[in-house]
Every structure is written in structure tokens, then in C-alpha cells.
Write a protein that binds this ligand. Structure first.
Ligand SMILES: Nc1nc2c(c(=O)[nH]1)N[C@H]1C(S)=C(S)[C@@H](COP(=O)(O)OP(=O)(O)OC[C@H]3O[C@@H](n4cnc5c(=O)[nH]c(N)nc54)[C@H](O)[C@@H]3O)O[C@H]1N2
Ligand SMILES: Nc1nc2c(c(=O)[nH]1)N[C@H]1C(S)=C(S)[C@@H](COP(=O)(O)OP(=O)(O)OC[C@H]3O[C@@H](n4cnc5c(=O)[nH]c(N)nc54)[C@H](O)[C@@H]3O)O[C@H]1N2
Ligand code: SF4
Ligand SMILES: [Mo]
Length: 689
């Protein structure tokens, strides 16, 4: 019963890898009912045959003996296997007991957000029909901040086009590890003559090949942006015609950045003034320029939203918006998206503090800020959230300030975790439901427009494992059992995909046979016809909308909450700058640590420190140390490397042992989005006894 069962005929089966956000085309060879091979799809427009180490480990991933295989109920301090029937009965009885329906919270992780447009919408619809607005997701710490920064400025989400670019800025990102097909594109462009600038306190492999490498003190990128804007404006390198026709607030920006000289930025960022000037000139004078912007390093700091606004403005005033090789809009497939039944209604806890996080320009994302929700769990204010369903996320390890997260989740009366593994978070649950992997479900992978490719693929179910079920099946069945039949008219995932595809003119069969369809033509300069979807119809360099919310109307630099400049007394006690979570290609957040193939390549977490720091503390490579922040401490081995700035320590996230989130703080620091500081904190080193 627990073994892997192939549910499709022998032959080659195409699918979209679901082990990270890229969705690379993958081909599985099936012979005699077994998977005998895996390779990258050569004709896939994104990865063109490449699979990273994770993708190549997919067989070990799906057949891992550590996977959960049946629903588990906590009983007498242990776990008891129960049937799905019993599991649904327990959930329904627990949910029916709630006097105030708003006391149910639902929290979702990246695997759910990436399982196609409809899964999240379907779960939100469930919440609304049930009667709670309290939906949350990892977008409280990832991605939403950048989306909002771009939308506030341009009215839509734009993406970089490194493939056709004359000048690529890789800013706070290491795509070789976090988005390998993007890394591949950048290398190809560089070979074809594009200039490459990397802005990163670490010398990544791309930084070593770059024409220019800027190493800022973590958390100070916005100061760099403002100084670059200063150079471009004062040296009149901006696109005069584009600025006057399509933007508002250029004059205010000119005044705003006039004091932000490269010398001033050097004091803040420690990047030599001459290098900032060189970068600005290169950006403004290349035939096209784009910024491949990291999601993390620039978001998870007090200037998070400002960084994305600033980067959007940089591309706007240099005339790089919607041109080949610039900052482009990719068409999205027209599909029926499952949304909440009625838009209006009560909002989640914490929305008052961060209204834009919930929605902007009338476009609602329909989620609350998770960090605020943690306080609600602990205080019962403004009303208790006492029961929760968590799916596809491992907050005890991945959310900031793990000790607080653990306390908050422990305070729940009832916690269901839908998972593939008995994670640190699942261990806190009352009920754990076994979820299928991406090879065990059918869904539409429809987010390639994020990579500048108008493409869609079907992930077709090809396996079954134990009693695991796909998230979609679980939520559909729960909805049906609760009587929400009218709002959830689909019996199966196949029916839902058919419903979604209806307006697109594509059929499920077509997608299944072809392994994906590129459906739209990339068009440029869309704004000439459509304008920009902002209140003014133009690019909002100066935003009256933000001003009315008492938020900075122009991109504005905020110093990190903990830093030698901001908190000198604290910096005396904690003299190092901590940055966390630089990606390692072998792992995805807290996942895949059980896979031998990957573990051999990267066996344990290491804190990266500069040789100057090592000498100061008399440390050798691989020594175990204690790294301590005002929140807590962890024991971890060190890697001594010249590739990191002296005075900065980088620690990866996602490890149960040496969990770096014992050091981070869950306090919201970005005043616009409520994002926490996972980068640019303070810490100190103690030698381990
Ligand atoms: N293998 C793998 N891939 C992943 C993930 C994973 O866990 N594993 N996670 C996925 C997810 S959800 C996300 S959000 C993305 C994240 O993707 P990215 O945000 O692109 O993250 P990284 O590629 O790790 O690059 C971050 C870089 O920023 C640098 N950095 C640190 N602090 C600063 C700073 O203050 N300023 C600047 N300029 N740079 C700084 C780090 O040294 C590092 O090289 O990755 C995705 N891809
Ligand atoms: N200090 C620090 N912390 C960070 C970051 C950082 O840079 N520094 N980065 C942050 C970012 S950007 C992000 S996005 C978060 C990510 O944080 P999480 O969302 O917690 O990421 P994972 O650890 O990948 O957790 C996903 C969980 O879902 C399970 N899972 C996998 N597939 C499925 C599925 O199909 N269905 C279900 N139900 N479960 C599934 C996995 O077993 C895993 O336990 O981490 C954040 N945490
Ligand atoms: S980059 Fe690797 S893990 Fe991500 S989708 Fe591609 S093959 Fe899968
Ligand atoms: Mo993320």
C-alpha cells in the first residue's frame, strides 16, 4: 500500500518540475510501470534541457521512505494512523465547534502558491464560504513586497529580460543557486556581449565574472539606488522624452536625490563613490538595461518596498520600460481563475497596520500579514484565532524568530498540518494529513510569465504514493463534505483544469500531448496604447496615493533596524552584520535534507566569515562557533572565505540543526508591507566550548 505506484502507461511523460518556483520542463521515462529515467525537456523555453541538482534527485525525492503515507492523529503523546474518513470527521467537528468562524486561520507556503493560479484561490474561497477572512501565506516575507513596489510605480508587475539585454544588473540575487535557468540566460547574454554588474556583499560566481561588482553593507541598497538616480539626473543621462510623456514626479525626484551624492552613499554603503558612478553611467547609457532583482535581500529589510520602487524608477527614467532587454510585461494566459465568491467583506487581522499589503489600487490580494497574526495567536487580540490549517510551509524553521513562532503555534486549540514529512511544524499539530508531491497531482503550471515567457504546462498526475492526496483533492473534499457544493462544482482536478482553460482556447489534451504551449506573442511598449494602470495613468515616480496613506511618496532610504549607525550601543555588543538565507542549489528552504545525493554535495550548514574576522577570533576553517543575536544563539561550523565582506556573516536558512531563525526577529520593519528583517541584523561570535 505504501509503495510508489505509476498511474500512466509506459513511455516518456512531460511535466513541470515542482521543486522550486521555476517550473523547469522535465521528462520522466517510464518502463514496466517504473520510473527509469529523468531529464530536462530540451524543447522547454525556460530550461532548454537543464535540470539542477534538485530536479535530478526527483526519484529519490518522491520515493523517500521518510514521507508520510497516511493521516496521523496525535494521541497520548504519539501518532496514530487513521483513515481519511476519520480525519475529515475530526476536522469538520472541530470547525463546526467554532462560535466565531473568524477564529479559523489558514496559512499557506510556497508549494501551494506555486501549484497553479487556482489552488490558492480555491483555498481562499473555502475560507470565505466558511466565514473567515484570516488567510495568510509566506508572501508575508517573500515576493509580495517586490510586487507591491512595482505595482505602486507602474500599475503592474514587470520582469527583467536578461536574454536580450545590453546590460544586466544582478542585484541581491545569486541565480546560479536560486534560479538556475536565469543564471544560464545571464551567462549566455554575457557571452553575447552584455555588460554584467553584480551588487552583492558576497563575491558569487557571477560576481567574479562581472564587469563590475559592488559590495554594499547589507541593508543599504536603497542608498545606492538614490545615488545612482542622482548621477543619472545630474549628468542628464535620463530619457527626457519618456520621462516627460509617461511619468509623474520627476522634478520632485530631482530635488529628493540632489543631496544623495555618491560620496554620501559611500559613507552609508561602503561602496566606493567612483564605482557607484560607473554603475549608474553603465546602466543609463547601454542600449537596454535590466535589473534581475533578488526576492529576499532587497525585500527583507526596512527599505524593502522602497528598494523595489527605486529599481522601478531607475528603469523608468532611463527609458528601459517595456523594451527588449529591459523591464517588460509578459502576457498572461486568459484562464478562469477561482477567486473568493464575494470580494467585499471583513478583512484579516492586522490589515489596518499594512493596508497596501492587503491590496493596492483596488486590486486585492486577500491576505493578512503573517507576522501580525503571530501576535494575534499569542494575545487573542483583536479576537482569538484558535484553530488553524497549515499547508505547504514549515514555519517553525522558516519564519523569523522561531522561538516565538513555536510558542504561537503551540497556543492553538487545534492545528492541522498538510505535509509530506513529519516536519518541526507538523510535530506541533493535532492532525497531520499526507500530501502528494507534484508528480501526484494534476494542475496547470501557469506562471512562466514571471520569467518573461508566455507559456503554460500541464502537470499531469503520474504517480500515487501510500494514501497521500493532492492538496487540491483534500480541500475539494473538505468543501464538499461541509456542504459547499454550489461554490465548488468541480469533482476532480481534471474538471478544474478544464474550467480554467475554457477561455484560453487551449485544451487539456493539447497540453498533455505537447508538454506545454507558448500561447502569446511578447509585445513591447504596451503603454503607448494602454498607459499605466496607476491613478495618474503614468509611471508614478512621485506617488500621491502613498502620500495620502502617510507613506513616503518618493523612494526613501531607511537604515537597518540594527546597525552600527542606527544602534551603536547594540553594535558594540554585537559587532557583526548578519545576513541570512543565501540559497544553495541543492536545497529548497527546509526541504530535501533527507536526500543522500544532495547531502553528499552540501552536507551541513556553514556560517561564512571573512579571513580578517577569523584571524581576529583565532578561528580555523570548520571550527564550531556560537553565533548569538539579541534573540538567541546557534552552534554552527564556519567557512572562512574571502568571498564575503569583512564584518559580515552569512548563514543559510532552513536547517533544523543550526536554525538561523532563532537569531532573526519577527518584528515588522518595513513600514509599508510589514516585512521582517531577515537580512542586516547584528550578531556576535563566541568560540564553542
Ligand atoms: N535552491 C534554492 N532555490 C531557491 C530557493 C531555495 O530555498 N533554494 N528559494 C526560492 C525562493 S522562495 C526565493 S524567495 C528565491 C530567493 O532568491 P534570491 O532573492 O535571488 O536569493 P539568492 O539567490 O540567495 O541571492 C541572495 C543574494 O543576496 C546577497 N545579499 C545578502 N544581503 C544583501 C544585501 O543587503 N544587499 C544585496 N545587494 N545583496 C545581499 C546574498 O549574498 C546572496 O548572494 O529563491 C528561490 N529559489
Ligand atoms: N532566515 C531566513 N528565513 C527565511 C528566508 C531567508 O532568506 N532567511 N527566506 C524566506 C522565504 S523567501 C520563504 S519563501 C520561506 C519559505 O518557507 P516555507 O514555505 O516554510 O518553505 P519550505 O521549508 O520549503 O516548506 C514547505 C513545506 O511544505 C512541504 N511540501 C512540499 N510540497 C508540498 C505540497 O505539495 N503540499 C503540501 N501540503 N506540502 C508540501 C514540505 O515538506 C515543506 O515542509 O522561507 C523564508 N525563511
Ligand atoms: S531549477 Fe531545479 S528545482 Fe527548480 S524547477 Fe528547475 S530543475 Fe526543478
Ligand atoms: Mo521566497
Amino acid at each position: 500500500m505504501n509503495s510508489l505506484r505509476v498511474t500512466v502507461p509506459d513511455g516518456a511523460h512531460k511535466t513541470a518540475c515542482g521543486l522550486c518556483h521555476m517550473g523547469c520542463g522535465m521528462e520522466l521515462e517510464i518502463k514496466d510501470g517504473e520510473i527509469t529515467g529523468v531529464r530536462g525537456m530540451r524543447d522547454h523555453p525556460l530550461n532548454k534541457g537543464l535540470l539542477c541538482a534538485k530536479g535530478r534527485a526527483v526519484l529519490e525525492y518522491v520515493s523517500s521512505p521518510n514521507r508520510l503515507t497516511s493521516p496521523l492523529l496525535k494521541e497520548g503523546g504519539g501518532w496514530k494512523e487513521i483513515s481519511w474518513e476519520r480525519a475529515f470527521e475530526i476536522i469538520i467537528s472541530q470547525l463546526s465547534d467554532l462560535k466565531d468562524k473568524r477564529s479559523l486561520g489558514i496559512s499557506l507556503g510556497m508549494p501551494i502558491l506555486l501549484s497553479g493560479t487556482s489552488n490558492v484561490g480555491l483555498i481562499r474561497r473555502f475560507a470565505h464560504v466558511f466565514g473567515t477572512p484570516n488567510c495568510f501565506s509566506v508572501e508575508s516575507i517573500c515576493y509580495r513586497c517586490r510586487m507591491l513596489g512595482y505595482i505602486a510605480t507602474l500599475g503592474r508587475f514587470f520582469v527583467a529580460d536578461p536574454e536580450k539585454s545590453g546590460c544586466i544588473f544582478v542585484w541581491g540575487s545569486n541565480p546560479d543557486h536560486s534560479s538556475p535557468p536565469v543564471g544560464q540566460k545571464i551567462r549566455e547574454s554575457k557571452k553575447n556581449g552584455a555588460k554584467l554588474v553584480v551588487i552583492d556583499p558576497r563575491a558569487t560566481a557571477l560576481a567574479k565574472r562581472a564587469d563590475l561588482h559592488l559590495q554594499p553593507r547589507p541593508g543599504t541598497d536603497c542608498a545606492l539606488i538614490l545615488a545612482m538616480l542622482n548621477v543619472i539626473i545630474s549628468e542628464e543621462l535620463y530619457d527626457r522624452e519618456f520621462v516627460s510623456k509617461y511619468t509623474v514626479g520627476f522634478d520632485e525626484l530631482s530635488d529628493h536625490v540632489s543631496e544623495f551624492t555618491t560620496e554620501h552613499a559611500q559613507e552609508i554603503t561602503s561602496v566606493p563613490s567612483e564605482k557607484i558612478r560607473e554603475a549608474a553611467r553603465l546602466f543609463a547609457t547601454s542600449k537596454s538595461s535590466c535589473v534581475v532583482q533578488g526576492t529576499n535581500a532587497l525585500d527583507q529589510v526596512p527599505s524593502g518596498f522602497q528598494n523595489s520602487r527605486g529599481i522601478a524608477v531607475l528603469q523608468a527614467i532611463t527609458g528601459n520600460v517595456d523594451i527588449p532587454g529591459g523591464f517588460i510585461q509578459t502576457p498572461r494566459l486568459r484562464v478562469n481563475i477561482v477567486e473568493v465568491v464575494e470580494k467585499a467583506g471583513e478583512k484579516p487581522v492586522g490589515v489596518d497596520a499594512y493596508p497596501i499589503f492587503y491590496g493596492i489600487y483596488g486590486r486585492e490580494f486577500g491576505e493578512g500579514q503573517t507576522l501580525v497574526m503571530l501576535d494575534t495567536l499569542l494575545t487573542g487580540q483583536p479576537y482569538p484565532i484558535s484553530k488553524m490549517i497549515i499547508s505547504g510551509t514549515n514555519p517553525v524553521i522558516t519564519w523569523p524568530e522561531s522561538a516565538k513562532v513555536r510558542r504561537a503555534l503551540k497556543s492553538l486549540d487545534f492545528l492541522v498540518v498538510i505535509e509530506q514529512h513529519m516536519t518541526e511544524t507538523a510535530q506541533l499539530a493535532h492532525l497531520v494529513l499526507p500530501a502528494g508531491t507534484f508528480l501526484e497531482r494534476t494542475e496547470l503550471c501557469d506562471y512562466y510569465s514571471l520569467w518573461g515567457i508566455p507559456h503554460v504546462m500541464l502537470r499531469n498526475k503520474i504517480l500515487e504514493y501510500g494514501q497521500c492526496r493532492s492538496d487540491l483533492d483534500i480541500w475539494l473534499e473538505l468543501a464538499h463534505r461541509m456542504g459547499f457544493v454550489k461554490e465548488f462544482p468541480w469533482q476532480t482536478a481534471d474538471e478544474l483544469v478544464d474550467h480554467m482553460l475554457e477561455p484560453s482556447g487551449l485544451s487539456r489534451k493539447e497540453l498533455l500531448l505537447s508538454g506545454g504551449v507558448t500561447y502569446g506573442q511578447q509585445k513591447y511598449k504596451n503603454y503607448e496604447k494602454q498607459g499605466f494602470k496607476t491613478p495618474s495613468g503614468k509611471i508614478e515616480i512621485y506617488s500621491s496615493y502613498l502620500k495620502d496613506l502617510s507613506l513616503p511618496p518618493l523612494p526613501t532610504y531607511f537604515e537597518p533596524v540594527e546597525s552600527p549607525a542606527k544602534t551603536p550601543e547594540l553594535a558594540e555588543k554585537y559587532p557583526f552584520i548578519l545576513t541570512t538565507g543565501a540559497r544553495q542549489v541543492q536545497y529548497i528552504h527546509s526541504q530535501l535534507r533527507e536526500i543522500a545525493f544532495l547531502k553528499r554535495q552540501f552536507p551541513e550548514p556553514l556560517a561564512e566569515i571573512n579571513p580578517v574576522t577569523a584571524r581576529e577570533y583565532n578561528l580555523n576553517d570548520q571550527d564550531e562557533v556560537i553565533i548569538e543575536s539579541p534573540r538567541g544563539e546557534i552552534k554552527i561550523k564556519i567557512k572562512i572565505t574571502r568571498d564575503i565582506l569583512p564584518g559580515v556573516i552569512n548563514i543559510p536558512h532552513g536547517w533544523g540543526r543550526a536554525n538561523v531563525n532563532l537569531l532573526t526577529d519577527s518584528a515588522p520593519v518595513d513600514p509599508v508591507t510589514g516585512y521582517p528583517a531577515l537580512k542586516a541584523l547584528l550578531c556576535r561570535i563566541k568560540k564553542s566550548a
